[in-house]
Structures are given as C-alpha cells and as structure tokens.
Write a protein that binds this ligand. Structure first.
Ligand SMILES: Nc1ncnc2c1ncn2[C@@H]1O[C@H](COP(=O)(O)OP(=O)(O)O)[C@@H](O)[C@H]1O
Ligand SMILES: O=C(O)c1ccc[n+]([C@@H]2O[C@H](COP(=O)([O-])O)[C@@H](O)[C@H]2O)c1
Length: 202
C-alpha cells in the first residue's frame, strides 16, 4: 500500500483549511487531519507577561495526540478511511492506489516528529494587512482580546516562521492572496505528479 503525506502549513487565516478541503475533494482516498482540533483546553494555556494567552506555540497543542492520529493513518490508511466512512466497506483493494493524508495547521512544520513524516510541504503566506483583516472577522473560542493580533499573533507568526525555516528546507511557499482555484491548481498538479511517481515505483 502506497502513502503520501501532504503538509499544508502557513499563517493564521492564510487559507489552509480552504485549500485542504478543496484538495481533499479532488483526491480519491484522501483525508485531512487538522491541527486546530488539538488545541488544549483554555485553562491549560498560560498567559504571557503582557496578559495575552499563549495560543500560538506548540505547548498550546496536544501534539502527542495529533502524532498518534497520523501514525494510526500510516499503519493502515484503508481501514482508517473505512472506519470513518470515507470509503465504502466493500470497496476492492488496489495495489496501485496511493492514499493521501493532508495534515493541515499553522505549526505543523515546527513539530519535528510530525514534520519528519511529511512528504510534500506547502506554506501559505499573506500580507500583514490582509491577515489582520481576515483574522478580525473570525471568532475563535475564546475570542481574540483587543490588541491580540498586533501584540501576540503576528509577532509569534514571524518567530515561528523563522524557527521553521531554520529547521526545514523543502517547503513550497504559496501566495495566499491569489484566487483559491489558482492556489489549488498549483498544489494539485504537484501532488498528482508525486502520486504518479509513487505509482510508477514497483
Ligand atoms: N485564496 C483566497 N482568497 C481570498 N480569501 C481566501 C482565500 N483562501 C481562504 N480565504 C478566506 O480566508 C479566510 C480564512 O481561510 P481559512 O482557510 O479558514 O484559513 P486558515 O485555515 O489558514 O486559518 C476564510 O474566510 C476564507 O474564505
Ligand atoms: O481553536 C482554538 O481552540 C483556538 C483558541 C484560541 C486561539 N486560536 C488561534 O488559532 C490560530 C491557529 O488557527 P488558524 O486556523 O487561524 O491557523 C492561532 O493563531 C491561535 O491564536 C485557536
């Protein structure tokens, strides 16, 4: 059984979930594991010296649990999909089939044990202005307090991106200001080539 793990990282509100969903719709035998599902409960997230909740660090996430989920998919992607109703129970197995996992999140490449399992890495970037505007219309739980974007989220993004760049080189940077379909076409074309290469291997 052949597998491909695609990582969709990037800035908050850069379009990661949108791209991942569109990619998933186009790829047979694919599924998404989103990092957003692994945030710790608010009471376990400490506050920094400015009084801001430190949500934009790996410590705010149950990365151990996320890794276990990815490993569960890797062990047997077919049964992983079947158990979640993503493929019919009676669909015949095909040795040439490539199973694709889309791992999506703002800090996926910063967590080494997860990063090591990713075959293709994409990173969505948008400008500060657009990011601030998109973020202001999104409601998180808990909601962003006043000044959170400028005082915490954007500085943490710059810091996390530097850390990522210093430890990972094979990243395809994407312009998240381009239309959704254009971004999708680039990634889909690239992923299809990777799938074809895998199918060509005996
Ligand atoms: N290429 C794009 N062009 C314009 N708006 C976009 C694009 N991609 C995503 N969006 C919008 O930006 C917002 C954040 O997108 P989302 O995919 O949830 O970001 P993320 O998962 O990176 O936080 C949503 O309102 C979405 O519709
Ligand atoms: O989902 C949550 O529980 C949650 C609670 C508080 C904040 N967040 C924010 O979620 C952001 C990452 O998700 P995203 O989809 O915007 O890339 C990050 O910047 C956090 O500040 C997320």
């Amino acid at each position: 059984m052949k597998t491909l793990v695609v990582g969709v990282g990037g800035v908050t509100n850069g379009g990661k979930s949108t791209l991942s969903q569109l990619l998933h719709q186009k790829l047979h035998n694919s599924c998404i594991i989103p990092q957003d599902s692994y945030f710790k409960d608010d009471c376990f997230v400490p506050v920094d010296s400015n009084g801001f909740k430190q949500y934009d660090t790996l410590d705010a996430l149950h990365m151990d649990k996320m890794l276990i989920e990815v490993q569960s998919w890797r062990r047997d992607p077919r049964s992983y999909l079947r158990q979640r109703g993503l493929i019919p129970k009676d669909s015949p197995a095909d040795d040439k089939e490539v199973y694709v996992l889309i791992v999506e999140g703002f800090l996926i490449f910063n967590y080494r044990p997860l990063n090591e399992l990713i075959d293709r890495r994409y990173f969505l970037e948008i400008s500060y202005d657009v990011c601030k505007k998109r973020r202001s219309s999104r409601v998180y739980s808990p909601p962003d307090p006043p000044g959170y974007f400028d005082g915490y989220v954007w500085p943490m993004y710059l810091k996390n991106r530097e850390e990522m760049k210093s430890s990972t080189s094979e990243i395809v940077y994407l312009d998240g200001l381009k239309p959704k379909d254009e971004v999708l076409d680039v990634v889909y074309g690239d992923v299809c080539q990777a799938i074809e290469r895998l199918q060509g291997q005996s």
